[in-house]
Every structure is written in structure tokens, then in C-alpha cells.
Design a protein around this ligand. Structure first.
Ligand code: AMP
Ligand code: GLY
Length: 443
């Protein structure tokens, strides 16, 4: 460790999640410098932070930098470097890194692995079949009962590999699309699974082998358009906590999902160290099922969560890496948070880029933060759009209603040609907050 605790930290990635992580790390009195590879215009002007011209997938350059600078702690934001084995490389070099090794990250990078793992360890998930050819997939569908039917491509597909088919004919089309190279390259395998009814929510834990700390629940909004219409995206907004996750349901998630998942990974020599994200469907009867695992924090869930985190993030992540998680507690703001994403025209397809973003200046407000994502600073000092998700505005409030009002008020002051955002982030929680039980109703 560097002298007098002046920690050097490296954050890998350049999205809103990484801005939120870097901002929180920089707030630690123990941290002297936060490097981002590659970062964005927001991280470039964050105190203590410095962007590096290194891509998140350039593992050799990242390790070289960490060695040269003797970086104390590296935090991996996105999934791609984990799937490439960045944690294996850093750990082999004796460097602290937050993020699982490649084999443990397969819980996210391979849907087939994740589903068979869950089946083996009796972790509640949708009933499924795996097919390794188009022919086999079509024959599974021929015998399939029930609809809709969910078809998932194996491998990382940035949210584009999941198709919800309303009937068998649509499912057959989806299978032909995926095996026929509709995602760019033909898929090798698909998972065909039962459609689960309910409300989605996420529970993320900070895990070191079998020990874990549960972060507050959150809910993402994956569809591009209001009322959950339009194509899937990386996430258009998130809030925390998600009221659908009651304390009773959280207990079930710990016991039936998180603990057996970590135990199963460990038993299979896939020790998991980092953020384990369970994307869940909570059925109307209150049973949690796993839709997917991620081997990292969510984006924009991280923005909503980091705004609520009161503890020193650097301290917690050092404890994680040094196997001192036991006894560690994280303190969270009691208030709710809402993060709303501003996306570029064209997203989630090819986004329009290079437009000036106005309205970013202004005094810092307690409990409100603009996290940049696809932004870049031009030579003349303006901030320009540079990606699908441009930024997110995250705000705290006494409840979801108050937090979202704050976030939307700030967002309304930001202008960028062609950019758009969903105006209904948090609607499910809002329905709960504003629901008044009918007089004389049975409940
Ligand atoms: P995944 O990448 O597996 O989380 O799937 C992306 C999205 O598809 C999820 O966030 C859900 O909205 C939806 N989805 C996936 N699997 C199912 C399922 N079995 N039942 C209902 N919806 C699903
Ligand atoms: N927002 C969903 C994810 O990060 O996977």
C-alpha cells in the first residue's frame, strides 16, 4: 500500500456506473487518486480523478499501468473485461481487484452455464431447455407448452440476445434469427425458457467467496419507451429501494438464492469476489426467481445505489480484497434514490453522437448528482454526446415520488439535440406509494 494511505485506485470502464463508483471512491479520505480507463467527460472533471487513454478491454495495457503506478485497488465496472479474465491476470500479479475471475464470471457471460448451474443447485429459476442447433431448438418448441416463450442466446449480447415470443410461431422466428446470425454472428446455443409473471427487481451483494453483504434493492427499467414498451436497452433508469422486495422476500433471496449460489460457485472452484447481481422476478405470490446473474454492479442501478451509500467505498472494497468482509457493515441513506437516463437519438441502435450538451453547469446540490456516460470534452471545452446513454441524473428524496421529482426537475434543464428520456421511471413504486386502500376492502 502507498505511504500514508494515499491510495491509488483504478476504475475500469467509462459509463455512468463507473462515474458513480469513481465519485464515491474519490470521496474517501484514504484515496489520493482515481484513474479511469477510459472514463468520460464527467470523470475528467471530478476531483482526484484522471482519465487514461486505455480501453476497458485492453487487459495488457491496464495491468502495465497498474504495475507502473503501483495501483492499490482496481475496480471493474463492465462485464467484458471480466469475461476476458482481467481478475485472473491482476490476481496472478498480486494486485487487488474487485470483480470475479473469468470462470466465476461465466455466471453472467454464459446463460447456458448460469441455467445449468441453477438447476444443479436448486436455485429458483424459470423452467428451461438448452438447444445447440436450430433443428434441436425447433423440436423443443414443437413440444413446448405455454406462452409467451423466452428465447435467450448464450453469451454476452448487451441485452439484445433475449427475445420474448408471444406464441410458438414467433418463437420459431426468434430461433431462426439467432442461429441465422441475426445478432451479427450465429449463436451456438440458445436457452428456451418459461415466461414468468411478476415484478422485476434486483438484489446486488458484495461477495467474497461465501461471505456477502446485501446492498439495498433496486429496480431497473430495461425497455426504451414509457410503460415498458419498445426494445430492450442497458437500462433507462433505476430506483432504490424497490418496495416489491419486502424484508421477508429479501430473506428468501439470501437463503434460497445468494447463499447457495456462492456456495455452489465455491464448491466448483469458481470463487466469486466482487459484486454479484441477481436480476429477479418476484411472482405475485412473493416467490423470487432468478432471471439472470450479473458479475458486476448494474448500470444505472449503481448510480442510484452509490448516491445512497454513506460508508467509505474504498474501505469496503479493500476489506473485500483482503478477506476482511466479516464484521463490515455498510451504512445507507434512509432516503430513496432515482436515476433517470438521458439517451441519444437512435439508442439502443446506432446512437447519434457529437451534439453539445447544455445545462450541465450549476451549483452542486446535496443528494443530487449528474453522472456522465457517453460524453466527451471537445477541444474547445464543450461537453459533447458520445454514446447511447449520455448521462443520468440521480437524486435522493424522502420517498420515490420526491426523489423522482428532483431528478426530473434537474433533467429538464439539460438540453442535447435528439436526446430523450423516459418520463415514468419509478412508476411501479409510485403506484405503491400513492395507492390508498379502499375503505372496507378486505386487505
Ligand atoms: P435477461 O438478460 O435474462 O435478464 O433478460 C432480459 C429481460 O427479459 C429481463 O429483464 C426480463 O424483463 C425479460 N425476461 C427474461 N427472462 C424472462 C422470463 N423467464 N420471464 C419473463 N421475462 C423474462
Ligand atoms: N441495468 C442492467 C444491467 O446493468 O445489467
Amino acid at each position: 500500500m502507498n505511504a500514508a494511505d494515499a491510495l491509488k485506485v483504478l476504475v475500469i470502464g467509462g459509463g455512468g456506473r463507473e462515474h458513480a463508483i469513481a465519485w464515491k471512491l474519490a470521496a474517501s479520505p484514504r484515496v489520493a487518486e482515481v484513474f479511469l480507463a477510459p472514463g468520460n467527460a464527467g470523470t475528467a472533471s471530478e476531483p482526484k480523478c484522471r482519465n487514461l487513454p486505455i480501453a476497458a478491454e485492453d487487459l495488457d495495457a491496464l495491468l502495465d499501468f497498474a504495475e507502473e503506478q503501483d495501483v492499490d485497488l482496481t475496480v471493474v465496472g463492465p462485464e467484458a473485461p471480466l469475461a476476458l479474465g482481467i481478475a485472473d491476470m491482476f490476481e496472478a500479479a498480486g494486485r487487488r481487484i474487485v470483480g470475479p475471475r473469468r470462470r466465476a464470471a461465466e455466471i453472467e457471460s454464459s446463460k447456458v452455464y448460469a441455467k445449468t448451474f441453477m438447476e444443479r443447485h436448486r436455485i429458483p429459476t424459470a423452467r428451461f431447455e438448452i438447444a445447440s442447433s436450430e433443428e434441436r431448438a425447433l423440436s423443443v418448441l414443437a413440444a413446448w407448452q405455454g406462452a409467451p416463450i423466452v428465447i435467450k442466446a448464450d453469451g454476452l449480447a448487451a441485452g439484445k440476445g433475449v427475445i420474448i415470443a408471444h406464441d410458438r410461431a414467433e418463437a420459431e422466428m426468434a430461433v431462426r434469427h439467432l442461429f441465422g446470425g441475426g445478432l451479427g454472428v450465429p449463436v451456438q446455443r440458445v436457452v428456451i425458457e418459461e415466461f414468468l409473471e411478476g415484478e422485476e427487481a434486483s438484489v446486488i451483494v458484495l461477495a467474497a467467496e461465501e461471505r456477502f453483504l446485501v446492498l439495498p434493492s433496486s429496480q431497473d427499467h430495461k425497455r426504451r419507451d414509457e410503460a415498458d414498451h419498445g426494445p430492450n436497452t442497458g437500462g433507462m433508469g433505476a430506483y432504490s429501494p424497490a418496495p416489491v422486495i419486502t424484508p421477508e422476500i429479501e430473506a428468501k433471496i439470501r437463503e434460497r438464492i445468494i447463499a447457495p449460489t456462492l456456495a455452489g460457485l465455491n464448491a466448483g472452484r469458481r470463487r466469486f469476489r466482487g459484486f454479484l447481481y441477481a436480476g429477479l422476478m418476484i411472482t405475485p405470490s412473493g416467490e423470487p426467481y432468478v432471471l439472470e446473474f450479473n458479475a458486476r454492479l448494474g448500470d444505472p442501478e449503481a448510480q442510484a445505489l452509490m448516491l445512497r451509500l454513506k460508508s467509505d467505498l474504498a474501505e469496503a472494497l479493500l476489506a473485500l480484497c483482503d478477506d476482511r468482509l466479516e464484521g463490515l457493515e455498510l451504512a445507507w441513506d434512509e432516503r430513496a434514490s432515482v436515476a433517470v437516463v438521458l439517451a441519444a437519438q437512435g439508442y439502443p441502435g446506432t446512437p447519434r453522437k457529437g451534439d453539445a450538451i447544455e445545462g450541465l453547469e450549476g451549483v452542486e446540490e446535496e443528494g443530487l448528482k449528474i453522472f456522465h456516460a457517453g460524453t466527451i470534452r471537445s477541444e474547445d471545452g464543450r461537453v459533447l454526446s458520445n454514446g447511447g446513454r449520455i448521462l443520468s441524473v440521480a437524486a435522493l428524496g424522502e420517498n420515490i415520488t420526491a426523489a423522482r421529482e428532483r431528478a426530473y426537475r434537474r433533467l429538464a434543464q439539460i438540453r442535447c439535440e435528439g436526446a430523450f428520456y423516459r418520463r415514468d421511471i419509478g412508476w411501479r413504486a409510485l403506484v405503491r406509494e400513492t395507492a390508498v386502500p379502499l375503505a372496507g376492502s378486505a386487505e
